[in-house]
Ligand binder design. Sequence first.
Ligand code: ZN
Length: 495
Amino acid sequence: MAVCARLCGVGQAGGCRRRAPVEEEEEEVRGEEAPRSLLQLPPEILVEIFSCLPGTQLPLLALVCRKFRHILSTDTIWRRRCKTEYGVHENLRKLEVTGVSCREVYVKLLHQYRDILGLWQPDLGPYGGLLNVVVDGFFIIGWMYLPPHDPYVDQPMRLKPVFRIHLMEKKTATVECMYGPKGPHNGQIQMVKKGEFCTKCLQTDYHRMSGGRQEEFRTWLRDDLGRTLDDIFHEHMQELILMKFIYICQYDNCLTYRRIYHPPSRPDDLIKPGFFKGTYGSHGLEIIMLSFHGTIAKATKITGDPNVPAGQPTLEIDLTRPVRLPAMEQLRNFSELSRVILEIRDQISREERLADGAEEAKSSRAESSQVPPPLVRQEERPADRPETSENGERQPQEVQSFVLPEEVMARNEDYPRSCRICFYSTGLIAGHGFSSPERTPGLFILFDESRFGFIWLELKSFSLYSRMTDRFQNSQPPSLEAFDEMLQAMQQWTT
Ligand SMILES: [Zn+2]
């Protein structure tokens, strides 16, 4: 009975009716024999077995008997756990020199700090940002991701280490602040609550340089950013993020990070969701996150500015409204493109008014207000356009020529001259301090799997986005709901 109760997860008092009494007795006999036979196995087999168990279960196993405890002190087991669970591929034998065991690395470093691995947004007000905490050899490192220099969206991200944690001695892991010219120095990390931690520098004097503040600033510009003050005025956004970061490090010396997730991927998505860097008018390059939500796709700002802060949905793409581009010679003409897009916008408002009317007339048809009537949508979708969001399978898209209308400003003239498909979309515009935010019409252009563009009709400007190819581990959301909740929460973080 004891064995059966354990297997079924039901206490003895609750009883278990799943098996006949005869079978229960048999189980009981086997149950008694099992530990004996396990103990009889040669140690090397036990090492092999224990190496396959999650590291978190091993301490419990050590409580079973002295033999198990002894075997669990074998470092091979822990080396395997470090590799399997945390991807430590480093030659862990190197550790022997320092006298630190793989078990200590597992327990005091990897397991201890497992909750800070993954993607985070620093609390830098409207500026936001992206921090990726990874296991790197025997270190846990927090990398700040900065976009490439404006307007080169295709170049890789610039990475800057912000902190690192490692096991310098056996007792506890050491946290170090990585900012400043004098190398790593003492820092602190504290888990505030689930999904939030803060870092603190304990030696801010290490950030200082001889020659005073001005010299500090100039050296920082030159060494860290490869920039002069003049450059900054032209392409300042991501730099401002760093400035704010340094300001906080030096004067408040404590910085909070909130967990963000990589957008979940479904087989019928238009392209793979993920992070992109994009041009953003005179604000420099920004980081956005593209995610799919049924009939719409969203681009959420990961970095922001005082007008439209991080966390806001900068673009909303209506996947039920593909746009057939005018012929090349007409495409050059801004008013022609404008006419096409505004026609769709007016059509949408008409449908919404109709739907609202219908809703008032018959409250049971409330759902129709969310989705435009199919008949009208068919008209908007030319026959040769593929369905991309509703029938599951992604179909090959016809390539069409693309060129920006003459009046539209682009930071980067080096944009693709052909595209797969375009959709009616809206872009978020606001005044300073996110005042009177407004969704304005525009055109989403999908160039290929890793590049898309957006024409801001009202601003007559074009943004080009390019996929971040960096690998992000420990960043999958636990569920679709968790991801949606995060998106909602992000809007509150910075406003
Ligand atoms: Zn520091």
